[in-house]
Design a protein around this ligand. Structure first.
Ligand code: PHE
Length: 437
């Protein structure tokens, strides 16, 4: 497809989008790794000197905004700008946002956050949308293409805390923000230079949309009861998804603070900044996604159904917080920093949870919703992520106000209970799905 050149057996445009999203996620996660730490650091060490409660609340609103904006971002691409220009404009706005935060003015800090929210809303849903245009409807490489793309996401998320983190925590916070901006700038340049590789897919997509609109105008289609049943499954999973991300996305907030304040920051004699822990989870995703893909393949007909995998995701994230309860208890009881192995164990379990739930969530949405409203339903999926992030920020706000074993225990109890409830719902959900797996 596209201009005929291949990249690992995939259309060459996949490489362009892989690196665009890699750099965008580089900037997002590099900045996120230092965001809360910067907000709560005392003014004497260059931070904003906010209370943990206030910092976590801003963190919650910001991370919620980033994903909630995907809904208008997708809509703007559909109605006005098209996919290509939305991604381009989004990337430029994101870079400007990070550079605003590189200045030491407090106002520019907040302007920066708002710009990143708007820019990510324009870029994130639409860059994935363009990946979809690279393949014909029945191209068997489509799923593999998305898996490779997910690797790009995690490669960016893995590298950036190792660069933005030490710059911010060891040199100057604002250098960390600037580094995130540079990353996004490289991504934008690379995207524009590679645009010819995605042109053909985009043109085909535009033609398909025109055709769709024509067919739609001819037959006013309504929902059938079967479709409504499937949509209701998305509604049920929405709630569980929100709870999952509410726990999972505390990586950048409560767990980041746990690393900063209560974890020993050296390994084999080397001392490292606390933000380094933010690289652990994406590293595990890179290691384990091929293993999980192989596992599902090996299991063949015994592969767990989508709702079962969803329940596994919740149970694993619940176990990860349960694991941290004794770690937090030891740290707070004796007033010491505990071994880094606690957090590494937590992130390992969370990654397994993510690999059970996240790919399933996305593909369920595409499989269960009537084609006409796939875009809308995708927005609903992003909204569950947005609300989950808000929930995570809310929980992190208790970091200084509750004993940590209580806080982590509450997160564990909520997600484990949700996972167990979902286990009992697997059968009825499968019935509602009516033949889709
Ligand atoms: N790590 C994922 C990413 O940054 C988290 C995520 C999953 C975000 C699904 C959006 C949608 O892409």
């Amino acid at each position: 497809m596209t201009d005929g050149k291949q990249w690992f057996g995939h259309p060459r445009g996949l490489a362009t989008l892989f690196f665009t999203e890699m750099w965008e996620r580089f900037s997002y996660y590099g900045m996120r790794a230092i965001l809360l730490l910067y907000m709560v650091a005392p003014a004497t060490s260059g931070g904003l000197g906010l209370t943990t409660e206030r910092g976590a609340s801003i963190y919650g609103w910001y991370t919620m905004g980033v994903y909630a904006m995907s809904i208008p971002g997708g809509w703007i691409a559909d109605k006005f700008l098209g996919l290509y220009r939305s991604v381009l404009l989004g990337g430029v706005i994101i870079a400007l946002g990070h550079f605003s935060m590189a200045s030491s003015s407090q106002q520019m800090f907040f302007v920066g956050l708002i710009l990143i929210v708007i820019g990510t809303g324009l870029l994130k849903p639409n860059v994935s949308g363009i990946v979809g245009t690279l393949y014909d409807r029945d191209d068997k490489r489509r799923d593999a293409g998305f898996s490779i793309f997910y690797m790009g996401i995690n490669l960016g998320a893995f590298i950036s805390p190792l660069i933005c983190g030490p710059l911010a925590q060891r040199v100057n916070w604002h250098w960390g923000f600037a580094a995130a901006g540079f990353g996004m700038t490289i991504g934008v340049i690379q995207y524009v230079l590679g645009r010819r590789h995605i042109a053909e897919g985009l043109a085909r997509h535009a033609a398909e949309r025109t055709e769709e609109a024509r067919v739609e105008a001819e037959h006013r289609v309504t929902f059938t009861p079967q479709e409504w049943r499937r949509i209701s499954v998305i509604g049920i999973l929405f709630v569980f998804s929100m709870l999952f991300w509410g726990a999972f996305e505390q990586a950048g907030s409560s767990l980041n603070l746990f690393a900063d304040r209560l974890t020993r920051l050296d390994f084999a004699g080397i001392n490292f900044p606390s933000s380094t822990f933010q690289s652990v989870q994406p590293m595990f995703v890179i290691i384990f996604s091929p293993i999980f893909a192989l596992l599902w393949l090996r299991l063949g007909s015994r592969e767990p159904s989508s709702p079962t995998k969803f329940a596994f995701g919740l149970l694993l994230v619940g176990l990860s917080f349960l694991l941290l309860v004794p770690g937090a208890a030891i740290a707070q009881k004796y007033g010491i920093r505990v071994s880094p192995m606690w957090l590494i164990g937590v992130y390992l379990l969370q990654t397994w949870g993510e690999l059970c739930l996240s790919p399933v969530g996305l593909s369920m949405v595409t499989k269960l919703s009537p084609p006409k409203i796939v875009g809308l339903m995708m927005g609903v999926w992003f909204l569950s992520l947005a609300l989950g992030n808000k929930l995570g920020g809310y929980a992190a706000g208790f970091f200084d106000r509750l004993p940590l074993p209580t806080l982590f225990g509450a997160v564990a109890a909520t997600t484990l209970a949700a996972g167990l409830i979902l286990v009992t719902l697997v059968k009825p959900i499968k019935r509602l799905m009516g033949g889709v797996h």
